[in-house]
Each structure stands twice: as C-alpha cells, then as structure tokens.
Design a protein around this ligand. Structure first.
Ligand SMILES: Cc1cc2nc3c(=O)[nH]c(=O)nc-3n(C[C@H](O)[C@H](O)[C@H](O)COP(=O)(O)OP(=O)(O)OC[C@H]3O[C@@H](n4cnc5c(N)ncnc54)[C@H](O)[C@@H]3O)c2cc1C
Length: 288
C-alpha cells in the first residue's frame, strides 16, 4: 500500500472544498484493507473511507486521519449476475452494463463510486428505485476480517444502510448485483432521457448533491424553497437557484461557509431536516 502524506482532498470531492489528509492511500488489492486498518490503529488516528467524494466535504486545514479510497474497479459478468469492485465509477458502470444489455439505468446521473452508492443506498427519491433493489451481497473487510454480507444484513432503507451506523470501520470491497436484461438501445435511450431531465433540474457545477434528506416523503427542496432560501449565500457557498437542496461552491467556498449555510437553512425551515451530505471535521468526526 502506497501511503502519501499531506494530500489535497478538495480535488477528490465534487464540491471541491477541504484541506489535506495527513495520510492518504488508494487501495488496489484486498490485502491492502488489512494494512490500512493496521496503519490507522498504529498511528491512533481514524480511518476515513472516501469514494468519489460526491456527497462529502472536508474541513479546511489538516484532517488528522488516514483517508483511503477503494480504487479497484473490476467487473465480472456472469449472465445477469455481476460482481463489481467498489471503486467502480457509477456512471461508467451504468453505461458499460447498458452495452451488455443489463439495465441499471434507474441510477443514471448519480456521480460517485459503487462503494458510496451502497453505503448511501443511492437512487431516486423516497418513492423511487434505489440500488438495493439489485444487490445480492457485499464483500466487506472489518477489523475482524472478511465478511460476505447478504443483502438482508445490510439493512437498506431510504439513503440508509448498516454501513452508516457501524462502530468498526467497514471497507466494502465488492458487491454482487442481479440486473434485469433489456435491449441495449432501449437502455441507452432511457439513460439519455434521464440525463436530459437532470440537466434541466440540477446545477452542473461544484456541488455535493442533495444536502438534506426528504422529510416524511416530502423532498427537502420544497421546504427550503418555501423558506425563501434559493440563492441565499454565506461566504462562497450558495443555495442553488436551480435546485434548493443543492449547495454550490460559488466563489472559493469554505467548509465553514457550508456549515453556516446548513445552520441557516435549519433555522429558517424550522422542521427537523436530516443532513444527507457528509461533513468531515479535522479530527475525523462528522459535523452533523
Ligand atoms: C450532481 C449530483 C447529483 C446527485 N444525485 C443523487 C441522486 O439522485 N441520488 C442519490 O442517492 N445521490 C445523489 N447524489 C449524491 C452522491 O452522488 C451519492 O450519494 C453517491 O452515491 C456518493 O458516492 P461517492 O462514492 O461519491 O461517496 P462519498 O461521498 O465519497 O462517500 C459517501 C459515503 O460512502 C462511504 N464509502 C464510499 N466508498 C466506500 C467503500 N468502498 N467502503 C465503505 N464505505 C465507503 C464513505 O465513507 C461515506 O460514508 C448526487 C450528487 C451530485 C454531486
């Protein structure tokens, strides 16, 4: 495992905010999971998993942690069962499967890695389809060793999985999905339509996607819009004019600008909105 020091994290996140990782490593082989956990224990620092960084921002300064990313991204296709390593970029996966006549088009337009998609059960809104519909099992490394977890043990829900709540570090290495077969051209057309509708409704700039979860089935943007907060800016971070649940890095935004804007939204909306984005502080803990 190649451990680097003082690695800039902003370019590894889609919102492009944050300082440096004290230590950073890309993991290419399963045995590197064990090395990563041992390194963090030896240095007495947290180990933070990062995927595509499309739902995460880091505090400015030095993050006192080992930040690792599963970089392995092989795919093995066996009929309509597909085993995929978790560093796989999700949009690439959707496109590659389409060419093979396997339909994962409900995840069109969601950036990030397969690992991040599993942890957050990525997908459409509270009433739509999520990735767990296709998952059979996931292969995870923890301090206790390797475990092949059946879907039922993952406790998937709306933007939820067991992996968000475990005390021990879980490195999800790969997952096996079963996908519905379909005509490649039809899937490609669905992907094209999905991308068009996203382009019409979402900002295509430095953002980490939805900041808050839907509340009681009502999308968070409705509450934020009703509170008159579209376009509200604190420091360099703004509530997108196009989609009120997206915070955008408008002008050299900082972590503190984003935190302050979240607190403003919470204050104005007055409903118990849950933060979906991951805000990581310098000591490795999460802000919300
Ligand atoms: C423009 C835009 C549109 C979006 N639209 C949607 C949408 O429609 N639906 C939706 O669900 N999300 C959406 N998102 C949010 C985001 O893309 C998803 O949450 C995505 O699944 C996050 O994946 P990631 O790899 O970038 O995760 P990261 O932000 O890197 O990490 C997210 C979580 O996954 C964990 N993690 C990542 N990899 C692993 C691994 N191998 N093992 C263990 N833990 C891991 C991290 O520790 C963290 O807890 C959008 C984001 C953007 C920027």
């Amino acid at each position: 495992m190649d451990i680097q020091e003082n690695v800039s994290l902003a370019p590894k996140t889609t919102m492009q905010i944050g300082g440096n990782a004290l230590y950073y490593a890309d993991l290419y082989k399963p045995e590197e999971c064990e090395e990563a956990i041992a390194f963090a224990i030896e240095k007495e620092i947290p180990l933070i998993l990062l995927g595509g960084g499309s739902n995460t921002i880091f505090e400015d300064g030095t993050i006192q942690a080992l930040v690792v990313r599963v970089a392995a991204d092989k795919i093995e296709i066996n009929g309509n069962e597909v085993k995929i390593e978790c560093g796989k970029n999700l949009p690439d996966l959707v496109d590659e499967l389409a060419k093979k006549g396997l339909d994962l088009s409900v995840l069109t337009g969601i950036p990030g890695s397969l690992g991040g998609a599993i942890v957050g059960n990525a997908g459409q809104g509270p009433k739509g389809a999520w990735i767990d519909s296709y998952i059979n099992k996931v292969n995870v490394f923890t301090e206790d060793g390797w475990e092949e977890m059946k879907k039922s043990k993952c406790h998937f829900g709306y933007r939820e999985s067991v992996f968000k709540h475990t005390e021990k570090t879980n490195i999800i290495w790969s997952s096996t999905l079963t996908l519905p077969p379909a005509d490649p051209e039809t899937i490609k057309e669905t992907i094209k339509e999905g991308l068009h509708s996203r382009m019409a409704s979402q900002p295509f700039t430095m953002t980490a996607g939805s900041c808050f979860k839907a509340l009681n089935g009502v999308p968070a943007w409705k509450y934020i819009d009703a509170a008159g907060l579209k376009g509200r800016q604190e420091g360099g971070v703004q509530v997108s004019e196009k989609h009120a649940n997206f915070l955008i890095n408008k002008d050299n935004g900082t972590y503190r600008d984003a935190v302050s804007l979240v607190q403003t939204i919470e204050g104005f909306v007055g409903e118990p909105l849950d933060v979906e984005m991951r805000f990581i502080k310098k000591n490795g803990s999460t802000e919300f």
